[in-house]
Design a protein around this ligand. Structure first.
Ligand code: RIB
Ligand code: CA
Length: 303
């Protein structure tokens, strides 16, 4: 499967990218970066580091540093640490980003691989909205969009109503939800039901000496954040999204039009709508099976 991950790395983004790099069924054509957990600049640096660490030779195109309409937002340092990787602050990145910006890169690659490219946005939807504004055919050139964001029938994680990626750019998300693209939404309805705890990161460190200890080290900050909220592990948000893309039968879906609430106390919420395209929303999952399948590609990567 040809895939681009649009990302704001981010601890669970790092897990998702290293999972994708290790998965034999995924051909990563590039990463595009966006503000969110960190600034777009830091996201690019982190993405370049992950690409090098995974031994990939793929482009990293930097995208937007602020939402489509709303003012700039503060990075989520309290969730992902000062540089996005928890207490791991000493990463280096020798590579350089593409000269082309993320939206132009997405438009070009989607045209080049018409009907074949699966896009996995796991940060705010800003770059994807920009690509749609740049090229009216962008949505139909894609095989589909499988995105991490939203919370349909469960509470949010930044406000009682809103999930973080949706909250950080509701206008961009709404534009994409209206586009008519083939969309699967992987929101908190499922991602917060698949939790990894410290013992799972022990397992990861053991089965994958190349990346496991790195992910385990950054997970400590992430797990502490969740523990302070009374949650016994971190949600498998971004990795589950990549997994759902490459294993289309992994989750159960309902079909409904969805809109993003643009402002007010419920700004950033995602809710059922009418008079707009139907998308698929993940609502059912088997957490233990998903955890096993998450570990599987990491078991096969040589140290
Ligand atoms: O709500 C979870 C999402 O917000 C994930 O993509 C995480 O990386 C943060 O960006
Ligand atoms: Ca993310």
């Amino acid at each position: 499967m040809k895939m681009i991950i649009d990302t704001d790395p981010g601890i669970d983004d790092a897990m998702a990218i290293l999972y994708a790099a290790a998965h034999p069924g995924i051909e990563l054509l590039g990463l595009t970066t966006v503000f969110g957990n960190v600034t777009a600049r830091q996201a690019t640096r982190n993405a370049l580091h992950l690409v090098e660490r995974a031994g990939l030779d793929i482009p990293v195109a930097q995208g937007e540093n602020k939402p489509l309409v709303n003012g700039p937002i503060e990075p989520s340092h309290h969730v992902h640490g000062p540089d996005g990787f928890g207490e791991v602050t000493s990463i280096d990145a020798r590579g350089t980003k593409e000269e082309e910006g993320a939206a132009a890169f997405l438009v070009r690659i989607a045209r080049q691989h018409r009907g074949e490219l699966v896009l996995c946005p796991v940060g705010p939807m800003t770059n994807i909205a920009k690509a749609m504004l740049l090229d009216p055919e962008f949505a139909e050139n894609l095989a589909g969009i499988v995105f991490m964001g939203g919370a349909l029938d469960v509470p949010g994680n930044v406000t009682p109503h809103a999930e973080a990626n949706a909250y950080h750019d509701p206008h961009a998300l709404d534009l994409v939800l209206k586009s008519g693209a083939a969309i699967r939404m992987i929101g908190l309805d499922v991602t917060n039901r698949v939790l990894l705890d410290a013992a799972d990161f022990d397992t990861l460190a053991q089965i994958n000496p190349a990346h496991g200890p790195f992910l385990q080290e950054m997970s400590r900050f992430y797990l502490a954040f969740y523990a302070a909220r009374g949650q016994a592990g971190c949600g498998l948000h971004d990795p589950l999204t990549v997994m759902a893309a490459v294993m289309p039968d992994l989750l159960g879906f309902i079909r409904t039009p969805v809109e993003a609430v643009l402002e007010g106390a419920e700004g950033g919420a995602t809710r059922r709508a009418t008079h707009r395209p139907t998308i698929e929303v993940a609502t059912a999952c088997e957490p233990e099976l998903i955890k096993e399948l998450f570990f599987a590609p990491f078991r096969c990567v040589p140290a």
